[in-house]
Design a protein around this ligand. Structure first.
Ligand SMILES: Nc1ncnc2c1ncn2[C@@H]1O[C@H](COP(=O)(O)OP(=O)(O)OP(=O)(O)O)[C@@H](O)[C@H]1O
Ligand SMILES: [Mg+2]
Length: 506
């Protein structure tokens, strides 16, 4: 910035004006002269000098009025007063109005020169400070605008995601929520803030059992799990809940980002057999049945013929052949019964029971399998589990199938963890976790299909039977798996309600 060193001198004495016109250029100043206040104001408006040197007693406009006008037009302008002794009081008043200093006539030129330089320097510094402040202000404004824009964009992304996204603090209180969370809970975003996530998003009074957010806070790592959510109309939806902890560097997580995705449709789709596949299944089924029955019938037919044509005493041979015939009739009957059972399983005979008894019985039956394959079984049952309404024979089949699959997935041995917990208010949850080979994403969508198998000697009916029995118990079944790490099947059974217990059912 070019330095402005204009000085306006105002005095009705020509002698003073002449003196200044001679002295001030020596200080590097450009001098403007005015003989009265009116002329001075005009010059000031036109030239905007940083410094005005003025007398106080002048015709038309007096010095004090001039000072007020100048300070009003430009508060930064510096003013020096030169005046006679008679005006000392006015001079002091002028300093109060903001004048830099005053000199009484006759004045010392050297002292005046010093004050002129100081006044100009002060003006320069104040101007510079103002320019810097202005620049700073502009920068702050630009930064704020950029921040607002980036916040707006983040907010848009947050809301465009249709799944529920909330951020919760360590007390599971929602601190941020998106529109998806509003859609899930039916509560406006502003109202969700400050409330508990388990209450608003899952309709529960306590932290959900197996909550991945809890795990996120505890371990500092992302976690996810499947959960069931009850709708107001009593139906259920499958939810995949993931928690992503946020921590200050090196510290413990202070917040967790909670992502809730409704996977009900996906699960239903995965279970749905396509028509083409169904036809293929029927074909395979027919081939299998024909083969089994064909074998039995061939043996029966052959035995009967042999008996008919037996050359010697038939009585001697008949017992042996009749036994063969009987065995094969039984085998054929079994095949047909199994098939019927699969096609139309009997309704469960529900009664109050302890789910851990079925689990224990299944484990007992598989003791030999576990030992043979080097599988360790860890049982973790919560105390005082509510009873459920179950059919012990069918449940045993459910657990046998799941445990057998787990053993078969662990060729080199491993651990099966069986957990049974109460998942208030209404579920008893059984988890069966193995450390086996896991299931690929592609297979995961098909494992519940009848006849889907990856085992050479498997029928692929195990899990479809499991699924059917669980449904018949009004239960739910979910599966999570990581290839090479293991698989977790979770079965939810409705717990007997307090009313049922009171009525003596539970
Ligand atoms: N715990 C598990 N770990 C890894 N894969 C599994 C597990 N459970 C099931 N599977 C996969 O799902 C497929 C289907 O299981 P399912 O029990 O229905 O049939 P299967 O075991 O093959 O035959 P079976 O009718 O004799 O039970 C299995 O072949 C296997 O690929
Ligand atoms: Mg199986």
């Amino acid at each position: 910035m070019e330095e402005n060193k204009k000085v306006l001198v105002v005095d009705d004495e020509q002698g003073v004006l002449d003196l200044m016109a001679e002295v001030l250029p020596g200080l590097g100043c450009e001098v403007l002269l005015a003989r009265d206040g009116e002329k001075a104001l005009q010059l000031f408006q036109a030239e905007r000098p940083p410094l005005v040197i003025t007398d106080l007693k002048m015709p038309k406009i007096d010095g004090l009025t001039l000072i007020r006008a100048i300070k009003e037009a430009s508060p930064r302008a510096e003013i020096l007063i030169i005046t006679g002794h008679a005006n000392l009081e006015s001079a002091i008043q002028a300093v109060r109005l903001g004048a830099f200093d005053y000199f009484l006539k006759p004045f010392n030129l050297e002292a005046l020169g010093r004050r002129v330089n100081q006044a100009l320097e002060r003006h320069r510094l104040v101007s510079e400070k103002e320019a810097l402040l202005k620049e700073l202000d502009q920068r702050v404004q630009a930064r704020t605008a950029a921040l607002v824009e980036s916040q707006r964009r983040l907010r848009a992304v947050f809301n465009e995601i249709r799944d529920s996204l909330v951020i919760v603090d360590q007390t599971f209180t929602i601190v941020v929520a998106n529109e998806g969370a509003t859609a899930l809970s039916g509560t406006p975003v502003e109202t969700l803030i400050g409330r508990k996530c388990y209450r608003e998003l899952f309709g529960r009074e306590e932290i959900c059992e197996g909550c991945p957010i809890l795990e996120g806070f505890a371990t500092g790592r992302a976690a996810s799990s499947s959960m069931l959510r009850r709708n107001p109309d009593g139906s259920y939806r499958y939810m995949e809940v993931s928690g992503y902890p946020r921590a200050e560097e090196g510290g413990r997580p202070t917040e967790v980002i909670e992502h809730i995705r409704d996977v009900t449709k996906k699960i239903h789709q995965a279970r749905h057999l396509h028509n083409a596949e169904k036809l293929a299944v029927v074909g395979r089924l027919a081939a299998g049945v024909t083969h089994e029955l064909g074998n039995a019938l061939a043996i029966i037919g052959g035995s009967a013929q042999f008996l008919l044509r037996y050359p010697g005493d038939r009585r001697q041979a008949s017992r042996e052949f009749l036994e063969i015939i009987l065995r094969n009739v039984e085998a054929a009957d079994n095949t047909i019964r199994e098939l019927m059972n699969f096609a139309r399983p009997r309704d469960p005979l529900l009664g109050p029971m302890d789910v851990t008894e079925s689990l224990d019985r299944a484990c007992l039956l598989l003791r030999g399998e576990f030992a043979q394959h080097g599988v360790e079984v860890v049982q973790q049952y919560a105390p005082a589990l509510p009873r459920i309404q179950g059919d012990s024979e069918q449940l045993q089949k459910v657990f046998l199938n799941l445990l057998l699959n787990a053993v078969q997935a662990m060729e080199e041995g491993g651990t099966i963890t069986i957990r049974a917990v109460f998942d208030p208010p209404e579920w008893v949850r059984v988890e069966l976790m193995d450390t086996g080979r896991g299931i690929s994403q592609e297979h995961l969508e098909r494992i519940f299909d009848p006849f889907f198998t990856t085992r050479e000697r498997g029928t692929g009916l195990g899990l479809s039977i499991v699924h059917r029995h669980v449904e018949a118990h009004r239960g739910r079944l979910t599966v999570e798996s990581q290839e090479g790490r293991g698989t977790r099947f979770t079965v939810f059974f409705p717990a007997t309600t307090p009313e049922q217990v009171q009525a003596g059912v539970g």
